[in-house]
Design a protein around this ligand. Structure first.
Ligand code: LLP
Length: 429
């Protein structure tokens, strides 16, 4: 038995009518779904902007939005308008931001295996920072240095040896992994010497680390800073970036466990001070999920309900592991509610599954929904704004959903729904 869906999982502007109908940005969610079809990623634009502002307020100008969480032209433009830099993890993400009109100098390029083509792209466009992840990458940059581009400003990504409490696929601070240069093993020091050597073709401006994603304990960052500081301070560099990873609530048990941006900033600032890092060092963070996750919900249509006596009830929706592979990949939990009555008690236990030809296509293993759920209902899963659309795929040739932004009672499509022709646009006979 569960109560109504928790408001802290929902976009900031969510309200309910007396009958419980759900509104986001002043628009009826059911009406939007009827207008634009399902499945649908529905974003509250105000929520996105507010989270950007909160992050800037807490940290100042060193905030770069981790665009892998959610990126399209409209999102890149919004983030740029709000004054955040943008962290891109490939030339494709960089291309998207540049096409949205974001100045190249506002971009930070990441990646553990940037190709020569991607590095050339970054140098030609004048991307603001490159976060170097390996000695091979430094060699590539040194070779490219001879081709007349201005020297790129780089940070070195180091592994602090911190094990963050999160899913093992999302932890990136420990030693045994593909990212970064080990402080303990000496690779980080080697890389610094190379950057500072003759003909490196780069200007080393800072150190970067990122301990993982969906982290609820701000102290993990304090620990990281304490470890990185003895390496960082003697280098006398002007920039220190501690990555992204602040968690977002997906299920009711998580709503009170998430630090605010202000709490996250306080833990970081305190640790920086305690570690003796100079006040003139420019501190950077890269929040992705914590900006975008709760700004959106996915709205589906219920197509089939099967009750297996003495086993369970299966509710099938018109999407699944193609629009949200996170439950299958990480075992991530979500909640569900019916936007036609968002204030209803959820007294019926069901398993919510997708329409793919896989038993593992489970969206919510044990969901609670209102008793009167029926075929044809619209069903929404909150907190799908991060790593939702960006991880969506076309498994079983399902067209990817549309993405709609709602703001001031206006809903607009920012990424249109794929058509069957789109599915074949790369094919030839
Ligand atoms: N900075 C770096 C270097 C990163 O690798 C990431 C995320 C971020 C920032 C942003 O992290 P956030 O604040 O969003 O946690 N697909 C997984 C998450 C992978 C995160 C990858 N890197 C998921 O669906 O949970």
């Amino acid at each position: 038995m569960a109560g109504p869906i928790h408001p802290k999982l929902l976009p900031i502007t969510t309200t309910f009518s007396d009958e419980g109908r759900t509104f986001v940005g002043g628009r009826d969610v059911c009406e939007i779904a009827e207008e634009f079809g399902t499945p649908l990623f529905l974003y509250d634009e105000h929520h996105l902007r507010q989270r950007c502002r909160d992050a800037l307020w807490a940290f100042g100008s060193g905030v770069a939005y981790g665009s892998k969480a959610f990126l399209c032209l409209a999102m890149a433009k919004l983030v740029d308008e709000e004054g955040l830099h943008i962290d891109v993890a490939s030339a494709g993400e960089a291309y998207t931001a540049l096409r949205a009109g974001v100045p190249a100098a506002r971009l930070v390029m990441h990646g553990n295996n940037k190709s020569t083509a991607e590095l050339t792209y970054a140098l030609e466009r004048g991307i603001g920072r490159i976060v170097v992840d390996s000695v091979d990458e430094l060699e590539r940059l040194a070779r490219l240095g001879g081709f007349g581009h201005p020297k790129p400003k780089v940070l070195l990504r180091v592994t602090p040896g911190v094990k963050a409490h999160t899913h093992e696929f999302m932890a990136t601070g420990h030693e045994d992994q593909k990212f970064g240069l080990s402080i303990e093993g000496g690779a980080a020091t080697d890389a610094v010497l190379r950057c500072r050597g003759e003909g490196s073709g780069v200007e080393l401006v800072g150190i970067h680390c990122h301990i993982g994603s969906q982290i609820f304990d701000a102290e993990s960052y304090a620990k990281t800073i304490a470890i990185v500081a003895p390496f960082f301070i003697p280098l006398g560099l002007p920039e220190l970036v501690v990555g992204g990873g602040l968690g977002a609530p997906y299920v009711e048990e998580e709503v009170d466990g998430v630090p605010t941006f202000a709490e996250w900033a306080a833990a970081i600032n305190r640790a920086v001070k305690e570690a003796g890092i100079s006040g003139v060092v420019r501190l950077g963070v890269e929040p992705g999920r914590s900006i975008a996750a709760n700004a959106a919900m996915t709205v589906y249509r219920v197509g089939t309900i099967k009750t297996l006596p003495e086993i369970r009830t299966y509710v099938s929706i018109d999407g699944g592991m193609s629009d949200n592979p996170r439950p299958a990949l990480y075992g991530s939990g979500y909640e569900a509610f019916l936007p036609r009555n968002g204030t209803a008690e959820r007294s019926r236990p069901v398993r919510i599954v997708g329409k793919h030809c896989e038993t593992g296509d489970v969206l919510i293993n044990e969901a609670w929904v209102p008793d009167d759920i029926h075929v044809g209902d619209l069903l929404a899963t909150p907190a799908t704004g991060a790593y939702g659309y960006t991880m969506a795929n076309n498994y079983n040739k399902l067209p990817r959903p549309a993405v709609v932004f709602v703001h001031d009672s206006t809903a607009r499509v920012v990424v249109r729904r794929e058509t069957y022709d789109d599915l074949l646009r790369l094919d030839s006979l």
